[in-house]
Design a protein around this ligand. Structure first.
Ligand SMILES: [Zn+2]
Ligand SMILES: [Zn+2]
Length: 481
């Protein structure tokens, strides 16, 4: 027995090792933990929502940021004309702040999929702050938990709790800090840009989301109010809603070409909304790849920016999974889908489940009117098929009660693969001593796994031309001997 294997009476998981496992609780030293939070007291989320306590379940600060501020922006916009230059600047700044999240928060810090020079880091930390989605440190911690515990209770924005919940419900409603999965963010704690942004987060947010875009329009062309409302408040609202779609839409809409066990999906619509984060099934499979879209024609402007920064010397060490591994995943998933389709088809009773028939019984039953035909030791009941036989009734009847192996395999007509497939659905027994058939039965009885190729569901795969009734070698008839 290997030394690492537990013996009777010994625990498989030794407590001295398991006690070092991180708990799902945030440490008091972690800034993202609410200082008023007392772990010994029951958290509000542990009580059911009632008419009396519902308002305690709501995270009112986030409601103001996600709902109240944009709403006030919409109202103010009624009195503020939108000038063309401000519109263009708002769109440009929308892309900058969006990139701060996708290229910065997400691909650089949460997944370390490339390395950035200090100027690029500072730019991404600043414009990312302008998206008003929390600090890099807080965002990346939750995002790592989302990847590690996708679709479970420890996933902070699990789509299993509903599309709306994964979009913004997780921010509007209070979350139980005991429940969010713990992740390692020691690398982020060692990054001075991350630490600096976290410490000065409120200043960064107010400056980058409101003051900076207003300064540009105000000093640039005198449109102070327009800059504040359109490039500031409403642009923030659109960036937030767009990036929230990665948690909701990307786990709900589209295909799953790499793995369908969890919810992430690929869709061009999500990609269009999220600056290329829509190839989310790929992303969850290969999170450390700096790309989300791997085909040149797929929309991933975040990837194009990172690549361009590399050409400019601002980014380096761009990580990419080997094409071989990506293709393997794709093929395995395709195979799984194929197996699912295969199980829905009628492949006939498996040979090892067919009853064994004596040759004399077979001949006897055929004589008494049952349409039995034996091909390669397998007996088929073709009573209902005789009238439909494309080669005519007389031809097929001539094989009844005989060994039709040679006739079927070229003696009279070399039947197609489709004919062998169809024949297999009519099989009712095997002849004792039926050569290969008996060998197959014995192999199965002795449980020699691997003797047949099987699919994910344990069913034997019958490839084209592999039906047991097909005899590939030319038959040597007794008469020719
Ligand atoms: Zn996801
Ligand atoms: Zn991710």
């Amino acid at each position: 027995m290997p030394s690492h294997q537990a013996v009777a009476g010994e625990q498989a998981v030794k407590p001295e090792f398991s006690s070092n496992q991180p708990s799902s609780m945030a440490k008091p030293s972690e800034p993202n933990r609410n200082p008023k939070y007392d772990p010994s007291k029951k958290h509000i989320t542990e009580y059911p929502i009632t008419w009396e306590n519902w308002y305690q379940h709501v995270n009112w600060l986030n409601v103001i940021f996600i709902g109240g501020v944009p709403l006030s922006g919409c109202v103010l916009a009624l009195w503020t004309p939108l000038c063309f230059k401000t519109l263009i600047w708002s769109v440009i700044y929308y892309y900058w702040t969006g990139l701060g999240i996708t290229a910065g928060y997400h691909r650089l810090w949460a997944h370390s999929s490339y390395k950035a020079s200090l100027p690029l880091k500072l730019f991404l930390a600043a414009v990312g702050g302008g998206a008003v989605e929390g600090s890099i440190r807080w965002w990346s911690r939750d995002h790592r938990a989302h990847h590690r515990y996708t679709d479970t209770d420890k996933d902070p924005y699990s789509v299993r709790k509903g599309l709306l919940y994964s979009h913004l419900g997780w921010m509007v409603m209070k979350q139980n800090p005991k429940r969010i999965g713990r992740t390692d963010i020691s690398d982020l704690n060692d990054d001075p840009v991350v630490v600096w942004q976290h410490r000065h987060y409120i200043k960064v947010v107010v400056f980058m989301s409101l003051i900076f875009p207003t300064l540009v329009t105000g000093l640039g062309w005198g449109d102070w109010w327009g800059g504040f409302i359109y490039a500031g408040i409403l642009r923030t609202f659109f960036v937030q809603q767009a990036t929230f779609c990665v948690n909701s839409l990307a786990h709900w809409l589209g295909d799953q070409p790499f793995d369908d066990r969890n919810s992430p999906r690929d869709h061009v619509l999500t990609a269009l909304v999220t600056l290329g984060e829509g190839y989310h099934n790929f992303h969850h499979e290969f999170p450390s790849d700096y790309r989300n879209a791997i085909e040149w024609f797929q929309y991933d402007p975040t990837k194009w920016c990172i690549w361009t920064w590399k050409q400019l010397g601002l980014a380096y060490d761009l990580k990419q999974f080997r094409a071989n591994e990506i293709e393997k995943g794709r093929i395995q998933q395709a195979q799984k889908k194929l197996d699912q389709k295969r199980t829905k088809l009628d492949w006939g009773v498996p040979l090892d489940q067919l009853p064994v028939m004596e040759w004399d019984d077979y001949v006897d039953q055929s004589k008494n009117g049952r349409g039995l035909i034996a091909v390669a030791g397998v007996v088929h009941d073709i009573t209902d098929f005789i009238a439909d036989h494309p080669g005519g009734k007389a031809m097929i009847r001539s094989g009844l009660g005989k060994d039709a192996t040679a006739m079927f395999n070229g003696g009279v007509y070399d039947h197609s693969n489709a004919a062998h497939n169809l024949l297999s659905t009519m099989r009712v027994g095997v002849i004792r001593g039926g050569c290969e058939v008996e060998i197959w039965k014995r192999v199965n009885r002795e449980n020699k796994e691997g003797a047949f190729v099987k699919d994910d569901f344990g069913n034997r795969i019958v490839r084209a031309g592999e039906q047991p009734t097909r005899i590939s070698r030319p038959m040597v008839s007794a008469g020719a001997a």
